[in-house]
Design a protein around this ligand. Structure first.
Ligand SMILES: [Zn+2]
Length: 224
């Protein structure tokens, strides 16, 4: 540890967000990070898991990776970021995502060339002021994968208010894609996958634009 770190820790002590033990860098201590109930990257493609395959409808995606289920601290931090714009929550999520992404890369899952982030509709982006997926995954993937701003989203009804069928219809109307993804292997990134309707609608467009492989990627999957 450098002298400046020692000084900073003495003057402004930092504590793990879970166990409150002193940490050198803001966020979680290593034991707390490793104890989070994350999916195991050595399992590979989550769509090969029977429970996940039956719950999420992603016929246009070749694979799926994620950090964990949408509950516990992951759910709390995602809500804090999305609804209250807590920077602290964004930092913790980035730490978890970077950790999980590194473990997936170690397993060479998935092999992709380019990332595409699921966009917010313009009015929601203006209201919120940021896209939480860019604030988390965008920062982690930056420098590792090109992030192509090819997708845009029209105004739709909030998915949470709709049933499964209405969600599908809502999403099929929602996206447009500018440009070509010919021959590209795509990582399609969102924060939470609930039914798969949003993700799959975007995947369909990527496929039509020439993507040869599409991996869905999310911070969390909503449990059944
Ligand atoms: Zn801790």
């Amino acid at each position: 540890m450098s002298l400046s770190h020692v000084l900073a820790q003495a003057l402004f002590p930092r504590y793990c967000a879970c166990c409150q033990s002193p940490v050198a860098h803001e966020g979680l201590c290593t034991p707390c990070l490793e104890a989070l109930p994350l999916f195991l990257p050595e399992e590979g493609n989550l769509l090969l898991r029977a429970d996940i395959q039956t719950q999420f409808s992603l016929p246009d995606c070749d694979g799926l990776i994620a950090c964990g289920w949408y509950h516990g601290v992951l759910k709390r931090w995602l809500c804090e970021l999305k609804l209250h714009q807590r920077r602290h929550a964004a930092r913790l999520l980035r730490q978890v995502i970077a950790y999980q992404w590194q473990r997936y890369c170690f397993e060479q899952v998935p092999q992709v060339d380019t990332a595409v982030v699921i966009p917010l509709p313009r009015h929601r982006l203006i209201n919120r002021g940021f896209n939480q997926v860019m604030q988390t995954w965008g920062c982690v993937l930056n420098g590792q994968l090109p992030i192509l701003p090819v997708l845009s989203k029209r105004m739709t009804r909030a998915q949470q208010t709709l049933n499964r069928r209405a969600r599908l219809h809502n999403q099929n109307q929602a996206f447009s894609l500018a440009g070509s993804l010919k021959g590209q292997r795509i990582l399609l990134v969102d924060d939470v996958i609930t039914t798969g309707a949003t993700m799959n609608a975007a995947a369909q467009l990527c496929r039509r634009a020439g993507a040869t492989q599409i991996w869905a990627c999310a911070t969390c999957l909503t449990p059944a």
